[in-house]
Design a protein around this ligand. Structure first.
Ligand code: ZN
Length: 622
C-alpha cells in the first residue's frame, strides 16, 4: 500500500486553513475568533457547528461530530485517508510525496476517484465556457435567461455550463491535467474508438453545442451531465434530434440509482416538507429557483425501486408532481406500487385532472405559491389509483369495475402491512361505490390465487452437488472479512468503523476490494451484492473473479461476529506488532541520543500496547 510521507500530512495541516476547506460545503459566519454554520452532519435550523481556525478543528454542539480538516473531507466526501491527503494536496497546491518513492501512478490510483476529479474539472470548464464573453457564452446565457427563463445566479449555483460546437475543448484541458487513459475512455464525455490511441484527435466530444447541466450524486459529487439540445447543436451530432442527452453509465454513474438534486434536497425534506418528485432535471431546477428545495428528478428514465429506496433513507413522504398529460400520469401510476413497497407515503398532485397541469409553467408564473395552492388538492395513493384506473368512478358499469380490480389489487398487495392493505381497500370501496366486505373477499381470493409472486430465489444449499470445500489454510484475513461483508451485510458497517484502512494489505485484490467495499458501508452507500457487478466497485478481472468465488457458496459460519472479530484481530496484530517490535529494538539498543526521544518512544509503545489490548466486539446493524 502506498504511504504518504508524514511530512506531507504535517505540511497540509500547517498550510491549509480549515475554514477554507469547510467553507467549500458549509456557509460559515465569523463569530469572534471562530466561525459558525449549519452542521453538515445533521439537520438543524440554527447553527451549532463551530470551527476554530487557530486549533484547526471543528465541533458540532448538536450532534457531537468533531475533527480536523482531514476527518472533515473523509466524512463529507467519503474518501479514505490517502485519497483525502491527495485531494487536499491538489486543491491547495501542496505537493504529495510517497514513502520510499512508491507513489501510485495515475493508473494505479482508484479509477473512481479519478473520475470524480475529472467531472469536477469538466463542470468548471463548461461553466467557464457558459460565462465567457464570446459567441457561445453570450448565446447560451441569453438562451438560459430569455428562453428558459432562469437567472444567472441559479446557473452559478448549479454550475450550469455550455459546450460549444467543438465541445469547448474539454479534451485539451483534461489531457493537460494528465488524466489516465482509462479515465478518459471511461468518463463517458468522449467517443473514442477502441483501437485508437488517446490523443487530442481521437477524443471526440460527446456533447457539442448543448447546454450542460451537471448531475451530482447524493454526496454532491458531479458524476455525469445531461445536455440540452439548442440551436447551436451541430447537424453531425449523432444524437442531433434528442432534446436531452445524458452521459452513459460509467463506474461512478448508474442512472437507476441516482436522483437529480438529492444532494441538496435531502437535508431540506422533513415532516411537512415532503420530497417532490418531478419529471426532469430542469423541473427540479425550476422548483429550486422558486424556493421549493425538496424537488428531485430521475435521469430521463422512469423511476426505479433503487431510487425510491434511496429517497426512503432520508424521508418517507413523497409528492408526485408530474405533467398532467397521459405520459406523466402513466408514470405516476407505475411508480405507485413501488413507492408503497418501499414504505413511502406518496401523494399525487394532479391539478384539475384535466390533463393540462404543467409544473414548470405553473411555478414560472406563480412561483412557490402556485405549488402551495395546488398541493392542497393532492390525492392520496388510493384515490389517485382509483381515478386513474377507473375515470368514471362510481358511475362505471359492473364490467368496467371488475376489469379494474386486478390492477388495483396489484397496487394494494404491494403495501407490506396488512393494516395498510385493509385501509387501502376501504378507501377504494368508498371511491368506487363497492361494499367493503365484497371487495375484501375478492382481494383475499386474489391474494391466494391470482397474485403474481416473484419467483423464489434459487438457494445454493439445495443444490444437488455439495459445495466444493475450500482449503482452510489458504484464505487470508482479508478474504474472510470479504465473506462476512458479502454474506452477512449487517456486519459491514460496524466492520468499516472498527477496521482502519491502514491495516488492510491493498497490494492484493482481496485487500483492495475489502477497502473499497468497507468505504461503501461506511458511507451507507453499499449497493448490495445483487448490484455488485454493475456498481463499478470491481475494478479488475482479479477482483471480479474473487467476488464471484466468494459469492458462489453461502459460507457455513455459526457465528459470523466471531469470524469477523478473529479477522480483525489478525489484521491488527499484523499491522501493529512489527511497529511494536521496532520500538522495543530501538529502546533496547539505546539508539536514541536524547531523553526526549526515549520518552516519545515509551509513549508510542504504550499507545500501541493499549490498541492491541482493546477488545474487538462487533454488533450487527439491523
Ligand atoms: Zn451536527
Amino acid at each position: 500500500m502506498p504511504l504518504v510521507k508524514p511530512s506531507c500530512v504535517h505540511e497540509i495541516r500547517a498550510r491549509v486553513n480549515i475554514v477554507d476547506v469547510i467553507s467549500r460545503s458549509v456557509t460559515l459566519k465569523k463569530a469572534g475568533s471562530r466561525f459558525k454554520g449549519l452542521c453538515p452532519f445533521h439537520q438543524e435550523k440554527s447553527p451549532s457547528f463551530h470551527v476554530n481556525p487557530d486549533m484547526g478543528v471543528y465541533k458540532c454542539f448538536g450532534c457531537g461530530k468533531s475533527g480536523d480538516l482531514i476527518t472533515f473531507i473523509r466524512e463529507t466526501e467519503g474518501l479514505n485517508f490517502i485519497e483525502t491527503v491527495e485531494t487536499l494536496g491538489q486543491r491547495f497546491n501542496v505537493p504529495i510525496e510517497y514513502e520510499a518513492g512508491a507513489g501510485p501512478t495515475r493508473e494505479e490510483r482508484s479509477l473512481r476517484q479519478e473520475l470524480f476529479e475529472l467531472h469536477d474539472i469538466a463542470a468548471q470548464h463548461y461553466y467557464e465556457a457558459f460565462s465567457a464573453n464570446d459567441e457561445t457564452g453570450n448565446w447560451m446565457r441569453n438562451y438560459w435567461e430569455n428562453e428558459r427563463r432562469f437567472d444567472l445566479e441559479l446557473a452559478k449555483e448549479f454550475k450550469v455550463g455550455a459546450a460549444d460546437v467543438n465541445g469547448s475543448n474539454l479534451g485539451a484541458e483534461l489531457m493537460k491535467r494528465g488524466f489516465s487513459e482509462s479515465a478518459l475512455r471511461q468518463c463517458g464525455l468522449f467517443f473514442i474508438y477502441d483501437d485508437a490511441e488517446i490523443s487530442l484527435r481521437s477524443l471526440r466530444h460527446r456533447f457539442r453545442g448543448r447546454l450542460m447541466i451537471p448531475i451530482r450524486d447524493h454526496q454532491g459529487r458531479v458524476v455525469a451531465f445531461t445536455a440540452r439540445q439548442t440551436a447551436l447543436t451541430p447537424d453531425n451530432d449523432p444524437a442531433k434530434d434528442a432534446k436531452y442527452v445524458n452521459s452513459p453509465e460509467t463506474p461512478i454513474f448508474t442512472k437507476s440509482h441516482l436522483l437529480f438534486n438529492l444532494d441538496r434536497a435531502r437535508s431540506e425534506a422533513k415532516e411537512g416538507h415532503p420530497f417532490v418528485l418531478v419529471e426532469g432535471q430542469l423541473d427540479a431546477l425550476r422548483s429550486w429557483s422558486v424556493g421549493l428545495k425538496t424537488a428531485v428528478a430521475p435521469q430521463g428514465t422512469s423511476i426505479t425501486e433503487g431510487q425510491l429506496a434511496l429517497l426512503r433513507r432520508y424521508h418517507n413522504q413523497v409528492e408526485c408532481f408530474f405533467d398532467g398529460d397521459g405520459a406523466g400520469q402513466k408514470a405516476a401510476l407505475r411508480l405507485l406500487p413501488m413507492a408503497l413497497a418501499a414504505g413511502i407515503e406518496v401523494r399525487f398532485i394532479t391539478g384539475d385532472g384535466d390533463g393540462k397541469l404543467d409544473p414548470d409553467l405553473l411555478m414560472m408564473e406563480q412561483g412557490k405559491e402556485g405549488y402551495e395552492d395546488i398541493r392542497k388538492t393532492a390525492l392520496s395513493a388510493m384515490t389517485f389509483a382509483c381515478q386513474a384506473l377507473l375515470p368514471e368512478g362510481r358511475k362505471a358499469n359492473a364490467e368496467k369495475k371488475s376489469a379494474a380490480m386486478k390492477p388495483l389489487f396489484e397496487i394494494v398487495i404491494a403495501a407490506e402491512s396488512e393494516v395498510a392493505q385493509s385501509e387501502f381497500l376501504k378507501e377504494a370501496a368508498a371511491q368506487l361505490g363497492l361494499s367493503i366486505s365484497a371487495l375484501a373477499s375478492d382481494f383475499e381470493r386474489y391474494r391466494r390465487h391470482g397474485a403474481r409472486r416473484a419467483p423464489a430465489r434459487p438457494r445454493n444449499e439445495e443444490a444437488e452437488s455439495p459445495p466444493i470445500p475450500r482449503g482452510p489454510t489458504t484464505i487470508s484475513p482479508e478474504e474472510h472479512l470479504l465473506l462476512i461483508c458479502l454474506h452477512f451485510e449487517a456486519y459491514g458497517k460496524p466492520l468499516s468503523l472498527a477496521l482502519p484502512h491502514e491495516w488492510i494489505d491493498t497490494q492484493h485484490p482481496a485487500g483492495a476490494l475489502l477497502n473499497r467495499i468497507l468505504a461503501e458501508f461506511e458511507q451507507d452507500a453499499w449497493p448490495g451484492t445483487a448490484e455488485l457487478n454493475e456498481s463499478g466497485l470491481l475494478e479488475t478481472p482479479e477482483e471480479k473473479a474473487l467476488a464471484a468465488t466468494l459469492l458462489f457458496d453461502t459460507p457455513t459460519m455459526d457465528d459470523p461476529a466471531k469470524v469477523a472479530e478473529e479477522g480483525l484481530q489478525k489484521l491488527r496484530l499484523r499491522a501493529l506488532q512489527p511497529q511494536l517490535r521496532q520500538i522495543e529494538l530501538a529502546l533496547s539498543q539505546s539508539q536514541t541520543d536524547s531523553q526526549f526521544d526515549v520518552i516519545s518512544l515509551l509513549k508510542e509503545r504504550s499507545e500501541l500496547q493499549r490498541q492491541l489490548r482493546q477488545p474487538l466486539r462487533l454488533a450487527p446493524v439491523v
